[in-house]
Design a protein around this ligand. Structure first.
Ligand SMILES: C[S@@+](CC[C@H](N)C(=O)[O-])C[C@H]1O[C@@H](n2cnc3c(N)ncnc32)[C@H](O)[C@@H]1O
Length: 401
């Protein structure tokens, strides 16, 4: 096995940037001849600030479980594939990065919301028309809201019990109104993502637990994020407006980088789906017992009426991480990579970013037609909110045999 990456910050780094000042977040100097062991993957906030990790469309909608786009960029520059596949494409990080580098990409995910988000990020837009539509729907919804009271019959007819429980009546009316206008626009999918993002912020939750709130917060509460008493919101229009402007800005930014490299998104189970051919994989798989990927966007499923296939999620948190759950996880992940092996080219490379704390990946490769070429360890330095913690994750590099 090759060299492990060592802990250094960009300031310590000389190697391939000789003669050039290292620019924070710039990995364009990496080529196929750059040794993996010379690439620093251990960034701290100063090296790779949040605004770069969440640049342009990468922050179009919150998604818990994303990986850092710069990691994908590094491995695409290093391995120079023609077509990269991500069998767990999630919010589309791999596909966005591949497209901006002119690499064709294929993404698959079991969650229809994640596929919608990936599609919206990678779609090509007439940016002027998109801006017009985003502003037009907003002004029509605002005008309707200004006309008068909440239409109770409309809300009753259009909502589910979940929506009634998790939104104040005014916020729910505004969201449902916005939803009812979407059909009049060409770029409906992006409007759905704006609606979902606004709904996430307008839920009856505390400010410090937006990822997995357990029950609706209907009263004022002590807020651990703001260190004061906060009250749950009853307004969604403010978020619809804020995220509309933010979306226009982000799509405009990405449209300057977007290439015409083809993007294919498949909403299916990666254990059995028939992938088109590819020569590389860059992915971060779900981990055992960590996240329920459908549940984290439950509000979106309810509001957008998207199909759900929760029972096919590999490693779902709701199944825990008992021995039985871990065995089922190893089997599921093994089946995905065996399926990947069927379509990857014979010299294809697989890059897997995983925090393998139970050592579940250690002898998987050999059993399914790959060999481990390298294992890099990188320190993940998180400094956000109440989830602040440091840990190490692995980057496994497998070759088809
Ligand atoms: C760690 S996340 C990937 C995140 C992605 N790298 C990103 O940056 O957004 C793992 C993804 O695997 C998906 N997944 C779980 N089971 C799956 C299955 N059987 N087939 C396809 N995707 C699955 C989940 O829905 C989730 O989106």
């Amino acid at each position: 096995m090759g060299g492990q990456s060592v802990l250094r910050t960009l300031d310590d780094y000389s190697g391939s940037t000789i003669g050039r000042k290292p620019i924070i977040g710039d990995f364009s100097w990496i080529t196929s001849s750059t040794p993996l062991s010379s690439i620093n993957l251990n960034w701290c906030e100063r090296d790779l600030p949040e605004r770069l990790r969440t640049k342009h469309v990468h922050r179009l909608h919150p998604y818990l479980g994303k990986y850092v786009p710069q990691l994908v960029e590094i491995f695409l520059r290093k391995f120079e594939p023609k077509t990269v596949c991500d069998p767990f494409c999630g919010s589309g990080t791999t596909l966005v990065e591949a497209n901006s580098l002119g690499v064709a990409s294929i993404g698959c995910d079991i969650s229809s919301f994640n596929c919608l988000l990936t599609k919206v990020k990678t779609d090509k837009y007439d940016v002027q028309k998109l801006e017009f539509e985003i502003k037009d729907i907003l002004s029509k919804v605002a005008a309707e809201i200004n006309r008068g009271d909440i239409k109770k019959e409309f809300v009753e007819k259009e909502s589910t019990q979940y929506l009634k429980d998790w939104f104040a009546p005014k916020a729910l009316f505004q969201l449902l109104l916005y939803r009812s206008f979407i059909k009049n626009y060409e770029y409906g999918d992006i409007l759905r993502i704006i609606l979902s993002r606004a709904a996430r912020s307008a839920r009856l939750t505390t400010h410090f637990d937006l990822d997995f709130p357990k029950e609706p917060q209907t009263r004022p509460y002590f807020c651990h994020k703001h260190h004061r008493i906060c009250r749950p919101t009853d307004d969604a229009l403010i978020f619809l407006s804020r995220y509309s402007m933010d979306t226009v800005k982000r799509i405009k930014e990405f449209s300057k980088l977007r290439t015409n490299a083809p993007v294919t998104i498949i909403c299916d189970d990666s254990r059995s789906v028939d992938f088109p051919p590819f020569d590389a994989v860059v992915t971060s798989p779900p981990y055992v017992g960590l996240i329920d990927y459908h549940e984290q966007h439950r509000y979106a499923y309810e509001l957008l009426g998207l199909p759900q296939r929760r029972d096919l999620e590999i490693g779902a948190a709701s199944n825990g991480n008992s021995k039985k759950a871990r065995d089922a996880y190893i089997k599921g992940i093994g089946e995905v990579f065996a399926n990947v092996r069927r379509r990857i080219s014979d010299d294809g490379v697989v890059v897997i970013v995983v925090h393998d704390k139970h050592n579940l990946f250690s002898d998987m490769a050999n059993k399914i037609g790959f060999r481990t070429e390298d294992v890099l360890t990188r320190s993940v330095n998180r400094r956000t909110g109440r989830r602040a913690e440091d840990f190490f994750e692995q980057v496994l590099i497998w070759r088809a045999t």
